[in-house]
Design a protein around this ligand. Structure first.
Ligand code: DC
Length: 224
């Protein structure tokens, strides 16, 4: 049954992928709460890599220097019900990962194959059941996941949601989102077996309900 997901000790993963501001982290958090499992935000590790590159003055698009930097630091993603935490050598840096500077650098960092390998290794170390959001969780990192969702929404709709989160100009944010879509396009594609959900015309509650029905249906079908 669905409630049993949280009791499984074998890895049990539900993936939620999609472009920037498609609502995936909010939906992933809501699903995780209903399933009583942790929510893991894979983007935080890319953000941590971008943050470390910026803090060190390293070139965010330089593969080797960046990976060397990451391997010298102890970066931990700690799933938490009130929001994941990221620590670097024991120091909490979570609050520093959602700035405009990190936003601007993170796509270049995330495009580096060795950085992706470093992030994926950290993610595959996580045991047990969890809901995870990202770009390529269903396709690349957890192809064996039982349930995969891919959320989309029109760029203007996503920009309007972002403007609601941060004090910013709608046109500038729409442009920034289109640029990030283009930069993330290679790694942001749905898995063949993902269920796609367009949230453009849905509010948050409706989106969560639709996503929940998909997940609950899949888990119940698998268990029957
Ligand atoms: O989901 P987010 O906005 O926190 O992601 C930050 C950046 O990391 C974004 O530019 C895309 C990238 N990313 C990625 O390439 N692959 C993932 N699995 C998660 C995020």
């Amino acid at each position: 049954m669905i409630a049993a997901v949280s009791e499984r000790t074998a890895r049990e993963v539900i993936t939620l992928d999609g472009p920037a501001a498609s609502g995936k982290s909010t939906v992933a958090r809501a699903l995780a709460e209903r399933l009583d499992v942790p929510f893991v935000s894979s983007g935080l590790l890319y953000r941590a890599a971008a943050y470390l590159a910026l803090a060190a003055g390293a070139d965010p698009s330089g593969d080797d220097a960046l990976v060397h930097l990451l391997e010298r630091r102890r970066v931990r993603l700690i799933p938490h019900r009130d929001g994941d935490r990221v620590t670097v050598d024991g120091e909490e840096v979570t609050e520093r990962l959602h700035t405009d500077a990190v936003d601007a650098a993170v796509s270049a960092v995330a495009a580096r194959p060795r950085v992706r390998a470093w992030v994926n290794e950290r993610l595959r170390e996580i045991d047990g059941a969890f809901v995870i959001d990202g770009r390529d969780m269903g396709r690349e990192v957890f192809p064996e996941a039982r349930c995969k969702l891919y959320l989309t929404a029109r760029p203007e709709v996503r920009a309007a949601r972002r403007v609601g989160e941060r004090d910013a100009d709608l046109t500038a944010v729409t442009d920034a989102i289109r640029r990030r879509d283009a930069a993330d396009a290679r790694q942001s594609r749905p898995a063949d077996d993902a269920v796609e959900l367009d949230t453009s015309d849905l509010d948050l509650d409706e989106t969560v309900e639709r996503a929940w029905r998909i997940v609950a249906g899949r888990l119940a079908a698998d268990d029957s």
